[in-house]
Design a protein around this ligand. Sequence first.
Ligand code: PRX
Length: 637
Amino acid sequence: MNYPFQIKSLEDYKKQYQKSVEFPEQFWAEIAETFTWKKKWDKVLEWNFTQPSIKWFQGGTLNITENCIDRHLETNGNTPAIIWESNNPDENNRVLTYKELHFKVVQFANVLKNNGVNKGDRVCLYMGMIPELAIAALACARIGAIHSIIFGGFSAQAIADRLDDAKAEFIITCDGAYRGVKDIPLKSVIDAAISGNKTIKKVIVCTRTNTTVNMTIDRDVWWDDEIKKIETLGNPDCPAVEMDAEDILFILYTSGSTGKPKGVVHTVAGYMIWANYTFVNVFQYQQGQIHFCTADIGWITGHSYIMYGPLSAGATSLMFEGVPTWPDAGRFWEIVEKYKVDILYTAPTAIRSLMGFGLEYVNGKNLSSLKVLGSVGEPINIEAWNWYNQNIGKGNCPIVDTWWQTETGGIMISNLADVTPSKPSYATLPLPGIQPCLVDENGIEIEGNGVNGNLCIKFPWPGIIRTTYNDHERCRLTYFSTYENKYFTGDGCLRNESGEYKITGRVDDVLNVSGHRIGTAEVENAINMHEGVIESAVVGYPHDIKGQGIYAYVIYNSSDGDLNLSKLDIIQTVSRMIGPIAKPDKIQFVPNLPKTRSGKIMRRILRKIAEGDTSNLGDTSTLLDPSLVDIIISESI
Ligand code: PRX
């Protein structure tokens, strides 16, 4: 496959960028032409950010799986679409060519139909990183069902909340999942999540770990048994369902400033085009290369850069079941060597953690196949950037620092590998179609260079969030109401003298822990579920490996008992309510929280104390009890 709209030089980038701003409809129509449509669109773009209502390629119909699979069959049918590396280095890998992927997706799409799944139904996928996860997601897309993939680290309660919000009636899971030394009992977590739930019609269980599971008669079925039924029917075809460009492709839950996660909605055509365009341009993918994105498919990075971006480009996507540090901290480098990986896309937290193990795990590994390195999920500190550049890229590979979000569907601001310049710790320049702006707290746009502000986007791009599932008002309030006529990202940002962008971190109550987005309110709600807790406030603090750690200030009813045990108990409560990723790193019991007279917690002060920077706490005179601050400081961890 060739990529006619792949940008080839800085000049070309400038030209394309200019065109995307001046003639956005023509720009995107020309790109859209290169995809497979069942019916061409009537109108490229109709939008307003007030409602918001954003419609790309209205009137057009298509199916994303025809673009991700069928269209490659004739010329690239024998090209590996997915190469899968097991958690266990001694287990055989699996390779699915585009032909094989087609066969399996069609087969499982028929399983879904056989089990009563229809277009528009919500199907929850709670699985480990095995090819069946991608097959299941694509099978949903083939029949027009909406997938909602939930990361395998989320707890039963977190799943229950998401199932309920999406009104999902179908679940696809595994008996268990391997991650490093761990064996996660996915099916039993699902059982706990849906105990008493009457709306779940079917649970399809794929075997991975051979863990013993409970199967509820009439509701739970085995993946393999269901496949056999399709085989006995002679493996019939499953034509791709005709979808409107703006039909929902998937829901993906993400945290915000409130306690309840939001179901971010992406639609078929715009998301597909954006995932594809950004994949081909940022990584400068060339046919035949091996692309290794280390994210989990449970997050947006895995959706866009393991599945939809690479597959729509006919690329070979490497999917890894395990973790970077098992059996030892050389696992990524072994995989790079084994498959001659061309593009490695990972997170700063992984780089920092691997840095800590020392170079003995890197030395001796042949990394000469690498051409492009990528970073995603959080700001990359200069030290990690240099280590990645010197020891992994050997000074020869451009590092693309890709800034984007679940809501943006794909990469928004990034250098393009070897095409536009990179700058350590800078995401650098917006992709064509992206019109960033910085605004002050009054919503006034800050013009010029060498300025700081809140990052907004002024114009829609094809991959923009369309709504939050079942709650459009929430989408409007969260993203489109803070600043009039702009999409607000929630990030702070600097634009330097050369017009390059550097993301400085969230400006709302959202934490970024190991590249995972966690709302402080969500963690507080979970902590407050512990019976001894009266109130809590959660803030972030700089953490060497995770980027941000979670610091919880807790008012605790401590009449008796061991306080350290109580802390462990609180940590377990959070794990049970959300999942291990949201566990506080530090818990400080406090007599009270610093509140203003109107009862608002002054988080700014708590943040400063957690950061260990108490030299300038600002004005504390409006506090109900200013003396409390000294007590909290003296007992801080
Ligand atoms: O704060 C930004 C940070 O991650 C947030 C988005 O989180 P999520 O939706 O979970 O998506 C993560 C993967 C795309 C952003 O608001 N972020 C993401 N990439 C970068 C980043 N911060 C700095 N530099 C980046 N490259």
